[in-house]
Design a protein around this ligand. Structure first.
Ligand code: G6P
Length: 605
């Protein structure tokens, strides 16, 4: 979602801010803008759409200045038009904002009653107008900023420039992440380490309620009570080079094909193949004592949680609750004393997942997070962090983070089972061997991409597509449907195969493809019976399985999967459903990496 960059610098800032905004593109946005201070005066350029549109404006009407702020906006209040794009400005101040000012209507009414006019529909403009009013009373900039912060409710990260103050910038964090970058004769603000990757690797992650005053040579941080505070400096590991697509047409394609490599990397951190053991980081609690596991996440990470529930319950025999993060805290969950709450998030910043984490923390649960971004807020607020080592994921539709999260969750489940005594050391060693085989099998599946591409091209015109599976493959069916609708805009649903007769089968006719996920063994016979019911109603069945069995004759298509052990099979079946969505989207010509209306990092509720 919205991305922020700010530079209090000593050389022209616009080209560097544009680089940073490019790095922030992955978060998802629909307009962008920059503002600078030049000769003491503020000026800005903004554009609807992608950064190219902003670059074009800047080449026609360049902006000078050695201090500036930039923003990519994902619309919340008001459409993604130029007037609603950030920075929001008065003659006195320029502001960029990520998050939502919840009391903006009351504040706006107050300002309008005071004779102040507005030019956008955004909540952010309220902050610019409030700050201007404070400055006009003669308050010092820092005093005015404190007064305004005290009036704001909601979640926000702010970055502010003030007329005539080229050596000054303010930032504030309340609910949305903001990072300070330390430079040499310059200082920076950014939404995340990625925004600052080309500028600084010495970072300070602001804490909730913090605000910061930056000059070229000094950074002073204050807490929510306006007391000066010291915050730890960390060294960012994010690569400074721009992440590129290599020879791939899309980031999503690159990330799909990287999976054998990154899954091997992730497993390499958690498995000791020689000893046949799982190595988890030191824990501040004993796994053997965990009475219950609560898994919470959003989107694709939520489906990883759903898969993990089957592993943990089946292998470790520990009861598991799985929740969508946006629902979790509102259902007033019943916690078990000593319970372990695990939060799964590629970004580690998803607002609902973070709020759920804090809810569980207040309730005294042990907090673990499974994240890709190790400097993220969730990682910093957890008792235990299990990184997924997927490397930067840029495509909005998550792919490699899903299989890496699953690899970590599978390893964790096995270790939990071992700690609980439900499996022996010899069983652990067998699972380790099985996990080790996953990357090679993934590569084998990817090598048959042309087969999946043909199937995808065949179904790309469908209006509705169903994905069905049973047991641990039910969440894979839901993930397949999510992927497809995210990037190809085809309506898709994932169902438990046995549930079809309770409603969805009414949708079936010769125009509705049904993707059946049915690895041999386990519940596959039952899934195949359900697929037969679909074929009896002329539905086009496409089977993903290592055994085409008795329905071979009547199927519309079959993608042959390799046979594998039960633990890794769900990880393997993620690949064909990802490829199916990818190729269907390519066939339809959609914007695969930045699908409409979606953001990579969802930092509002
Ligand atoms: C967004 C993305 C999804 C992602 C979800 C959760 O909706 O588009 O791909 O699965 O957020 O993100 P997280 O970073 O918490 O895993």
């Amino acid at each position: 979602m919205c991305g922020i960059v700010g530079i209090v610098g000593n050389s022209p800032v616009v080209p560097r801010m544009m680089e940073s905004l490019k790095r922030l593109e992955y978060r998802g946005y629909d307009s962008a803008g920059v503002a600078t201070l030049s000769g003491g005066n503020l000026d800005r350029r903004r554009a609807q759409g992608k950064l190219d549109a902003l670059s074009e404006k800047l080449s026609l009407e360049p902006l000078d200045g050695t201090s500036g702020i930039g923003h990519t906006r994902w619309a919340t209040h008001g459409q993604p038009t130029e007037p609603n794009a950030h920075p929001h400005m008065t003659e006195q101040v320029a502001i960029v904002h990520n998050g939502i000012i919840e009391n903006f209507k009351a504040l706006k009414a107050e300002l309008i009653a005071d004779g102040i006019a507005f030019e956008s529909e955004t909540d952010t403009e309220v902050v610019a107008r409030l700050l201007t009013r404070e400055l006009e009373t003669g308050a010092y900039p820092s005093q005015a900023f404190q007064t305004v912060l005290a009036r704001l409710e909601g979640a926000f990260a702010l970055c502010v420039l003030i007329k005539g103050e080229e050596n000054l910038m303010f930032g504030a964090r309340e609910g949305s992440p903001l990072v300070v970058g330390l430079g040499n004769g310059e200082n920076y603000l950014g939404s995340d380490a990625m925004a600052l990757a080309g500028l600084s690797n010495h970072l300070i992650y602001l804490e909730e309620g913090d605000w910061v005053e930056l000059s070229r040579t000094a950074v002073q941080i204050f807490d929510r009570n306006n007391q000066p505070v010291e915050r730890q400096v960390s060294i960012s590991q994010v690569a400074t080079t721009m992440i590129d697509k290599g020879n791939h047409r899309h980031f999503m394609q690159k990330e799909i094909y990287e999976q054998p490599t990154v899954v091997a990397q992730a497993l390499g951190r958690y498995l000791d193949p020689n000893a046949g053991t799982i190595c988890l980081p030191d824990m501040p609690f004993d796994l053997a004592d965990v009475p219950k596991v609560t898994l919470v996440a959003c989107g694709t990470s939520f489906y990883a949680a759903q898969v993990a529930r089957y592993w943990i319950e089946k292998i470790a025999r520990v009861p598991v609750d799985v929740d969508i993060a946006s629902e979790f805290r509102y259902r007033d969950p019943v916690y078990t004393d000593g319970g372990l709450a695990i939060f799964i998030s590629q970004s580690g910043e998803t607002m609902d997942t973070l709020a759920a984490l804090r809810h569980a923390k207040v309730a005294g649960q042990h907090i673990a997070s499974i994240v890709n971004v190790t400097g993220s807020t969730m990682a910093r607020e957890s008792d235990l962090v299990l990184p997924i080592y997927a490397g930067p994921e840029v495509g909005v539709a998550s792919t490699k983070a899903f299989t890496c999260s699953l690899s970590v969750l599978a390893s964790f489940s096995v270790e939990l089972a071992h700690a609980k005594g439900t499996i022996t050391a010899a069983d652990v060693a067998e699972y380790v061997t099985e996990l080790e085989h996953a990357p090679a099998l993934m590569a084998k599946i990817l090598s048959k991409d042309h087969e999946i591409e043909a199937i995808a091209q065949d179904i790309a015109d469908a209006r509705d597509i169903l994905f069905v599976g049973r047991g641990i493959y039910f969440p894979i069916a839901m993930e397949g449907a999510l992927k497809l609708k995210e990037i190809s805009y085809i309506h898709a649903e994932g169902y438990a195969a046995g549930e079809l007769k309770h409603g969805p089968i009414a949708l079936i006719d010769e125009n509705v493809p049904v993707i059946g996920i049915a690895p041999d063994g386990g519940l596959s016979d039952k899934t195949v019976s359900n697929l037969q019911e679909i074929m009896a109603r002329k539905g086009k069945v496409i089977l993903l399985s290592d055994n085409k069995g008795s329905i071979a004759e009547d199927m519309h298509a079959h993608f042959e999967m390799p046979s594998a052990g039960d633990l890794i099979t769900p990880i393997l079946y993620a690949l064909p459903v990802q490829m199916l969505s990818y190729f269907a989207a390519v066939e339809k010509g959609t914007d695969v990496d930045m699908p409409r209306n979606l953001a990579k990092s969802v930092t509002v509720e």
